[in-house]
Design a protein around this ligand. Structure first.
Ligand code: MN
Length: 203
């Protein structure tokens, strides 16, 4: 049920993205941030919950600076297997472009509820449109909040905000500066850019 939209948007005979189904969570919930060069470069922030990856597209990418409130547009649930997906999505297909993992790890709710699994706690918070969690990633660490904007023009608009803690930074944070120099997505973008600059051959 939860993956209906995901399946509808994709042709699995063309794209190498996983066609996966819901999967039971392990002991620890996982998260992934994928850097995705599609029509526009953006970051996809995904939290495992309820056997799928709840997903938000973050145009500017996440920030470790609590002063930033990063717009995060909620998109369709992705299968749990998507957390390891990297590679090309062929032209014409939904999300066509290049995807790479920018950060990954486990996460947990800030507030634990006795007798409830982390998954159940997060699902309840999602229902309340306000998620508060701790990320254990390589780049993203510590407390974060993801809250739905009240009375937005767009019903899917949320904000991703770093909480003040020992991991928070006070200087400007640009996710692009924390991207590997060997990034395939960057190589893809550079190639696209140089194609644009090359004038078409004269007939
Ligand atoms: Mn995307």
């Amino acid at each position: 049920m939860a993956l209906e939209d995901y399946h509808k948007k994709r042709n699995f005979e063309e794209t190498s993205e996983p066609s996966g189904k819901e999967k039971a969570s392990g002991k620890k919930l996982r998260f992934v941030v994928q850097r995705h060069a599609a029509t526009r470069l953006h970051y996809d922030f995904r939290l495992e919950m309820d056997g799928v990856l709840k997903s938000w597209a973050v145009p500017k990418g996440p920030s470790m600076n609590p002063a930033d409130k990063r717009l995060a547009m909620m998109v369709e649930d992705h299968p749990y297997d998507y957390r390891t997906f990297e590679g090309s999505i062929p032209e014409v297909n939904y999300g066509a472009g290049e995807v790479e993992i920018w950060d990954e790890g486990t996460y947990e709710p800030i507030e634990k509820v006795k007798g409830k699994t982390d998954d159940l706690v997060m699902r309840a918070e999602l229902h309340q449109n306000s998620l508060k969690f701790i990320l254990h990633g390589k780049k993203l660490k510590g407390e974060f909040a993801l809250v739905k904007i009240k009375n937005p023009k767009d019903d899917n608009a949320w904000l991703l905000i770093k909480h003040k803690d020992d991991f928070a930074v006070s200087e400007e944070y640009d996710a692009e500066n924390h991207t590997s120099k060997n990034s395939k997505v960057t190589a893809y973008l550079n190639k696209k850019e140089s194609k644009k600059k090359t004038p078409p051959p004269k007939a």
